[in-house]
Design a protein around this ligand. Structure first.
Ligand SMILES: [Zn+2]
Length: 252
């Protein structure tokens, strides 16, 4: 439900990422020099010299397997602050770990405590699900812009303000084998920078959504707290129409 006139605009009472505490970096297990604070790595990239992206097991008993992909050796708190070469290695890490450990890999990232992140250092998660995630068809959407055979768009049925999808213009089956995955991650970082300019460092979720014929990265900003109506009835009251979100993101 799009309700632009309803109550306050986003930003009025949104949960922001809280500022770093003094010992955040000192106690961060994902920073360079703190490798002993994690379980032994399953992959580092590049394989020679100082690592830029590091993959370690995540001990969630609920799943077949779970791993964390650390996006940088520097203490950055958002994918928005990752360098392009780091994002290329993140895409390579997703691809290689999925190839090395067969199964139903679901890549996702959470930023901000309100979005489910327990550690602030920018990272993504690879979770091997017991069954494939439900296939999702490409949503009809308002285009923000196109670049490198990829389209950035805000779905007409956006559930939350600035919900955005990033995927190939022409449907493509194999996301993790695609040369477009790294450019898509760079576009995700670009859109998150635009979102930060518009709304500050809001918490967000992102994930790789797939159907047998197609894929896309979904950006799901958490400007509003999801409550009973959303969770119980599946009704999302979105105060920013997708055409306005697309216009704002394009201009930001
Ligand atoms: Zn760190």
């Amino acid at each position: 439900m799009i309700a632009p006139g309803r109550a306050k605009r986003p930003g009025a009472a949104r949960p922001l990422l809280d500022p770093p505490s003094p010992d955040e970096v000192a106690s961060c297990p994902f920073c360079a020099g703190h490798e002993h604070m994690t379980p032994p790595q399953t992959l580092v990239l590049p394989e020679e010299g100082d690592w830029k992206v590091r993959v370690v097991p995540n001990l969630y008993a609920a799943f077949d397997r779970a791993e964390v992909v650390v996006h940088s050796r520097r203490h950055i708190r958002s994918i928005a602050d990752a360098e392009e070469d780091e994002l290329e290695l993140v895409a390579e890490a997703w691809r290689r770990r999925a190839a090395d450990e067969p199964g139903h890999v679901f890549p996702l990232l959470n930023e901000g405590r309100e979005a489910g992140a327990s550690l602030r250092h920018s990272h993504s998660q690879l979770i091997w699900l017991p069954d494939p995630a439900p296939p999702r068809a490409r949503p009809r959407a308002e285009t923000v812009f196109e670049r490198n055979d990829l389209v950035v768009a805000c779905p007409w049925a956006s559930r939350v303000p600035y919900e955005t999808v990033i995927g190939p213009i022409e449907p493509e089956a194999d996301a993790l084998g695609s040369a477009r995955l790294a450019p898509a991650l760079k576009l995700l970082a670009d859109v998150v920078r635009r979102l930060h300019r518009l709304e500050g460092q809001v918490p967000l979720n992102s994930w790789l959504e797939r159907s047998p014929q197609d894929w896309r990265l979904v950006l799901f900003p958490r400007l509003n707290v999801l409550a009973g109506l959303e969770l119980g009835a599946g009704i999302y009251v979105n105060t920013v129409p997708p055409e306005e979100a697309a216009l704002n993101l394009r201009a930001a």
